[in-house]
Design a protein around this ligand. Sequence first.
Ligand code: NAP
Length: 279
Amino acid sequence: MAIIIDGKKISKDIKDELRAQVELLKKKNFEVTLCVIQVGDDPASTIYVRNKKKACEYVGIKSLAYELPEETSQEQLIDIIHELNERPDINGILVQLPLPKHIDEDKIIQAISPDKDVDGFHPQSVGRLSIGQKGFVSCTPAGVVQLLKRYNFPIEGKECVIVGRSNIVGKPMAMLMLRENATVTVCHSRTKNLAEITKRADILIVAIGKSKFITREYIKDGAIVIDVGMHRDENNKLSGDVDYDDVLDKVSAITPVPGGVGPMTIAMLMYNCVESAMA
Ligand code: NAP
């Protein structure tokens, strides 16, 4: 029987640990503060921002919200970020992506001080991760490592195959698994004979953005499968990049969608905020 990796429980455990830490900081008159900036009113972004605020409330982190109109210019947004960079009371700055088309996301990410880059997207954070220095790590891949560790799945020396090489999931995921001493292979849309490679994986991490793409033919018996994908169908039902029902009897452990990787992302955002405050 496969282990169903319970991301909801692990994320709650992490948030409870952080809540205790924040409580201690409050006793020393120190408040942890995250500033979330949303430009425009994209409905999905509004839900993500709301969930981040809810998590802040749960953990005891103060959240400041900037809800800026769609027409906000790049310069205006950068000015606001520069002001927030200077404010000692703010520990983390998060700009909800995607941004309206007239704003260059890379420029905005680079405007955030690396010391407050709790999303871990700044080139300096990415660089630190790749050379093994301390810094903020992108929340979703950091959450995946927490899932593996808290279930005591050994990582060292394991064959880890990551499908997807995005800047926010695939690439930082590869760096983190290397840091954990896995043997790492990264696949992408130009990879030839994908199934031959994924079948080598003791740990298969999938982040391709295609619903139920990975079926049992891609999986080695007894593999641990981590499904980062998230898709909503016309009936509002969620699915991942892995065909869960098809692979279930072949894997030793798997993350479900929903309730696997998803809840971990916000928990790790809270973790980064607390780390920032304690730095
Ligand atoms: P992305 O930026 O679209 O990247 C997708 C990656 O998959 C690319 O590197 C692409 O290769 C690769 N790919 C696409 N088709 C492929 C194929 N047929 N075979 C092999 N590789 C293929 O996506 P992302 O932002 O990393 O997100 C991936 C999924 O994770 C999405 O479903 C997203 O919603 C989900 N997600 C979930 C969370 C969470 O909190 N749970 C967070 C972030 C993302 P190329 O580079 O060659 O194009």
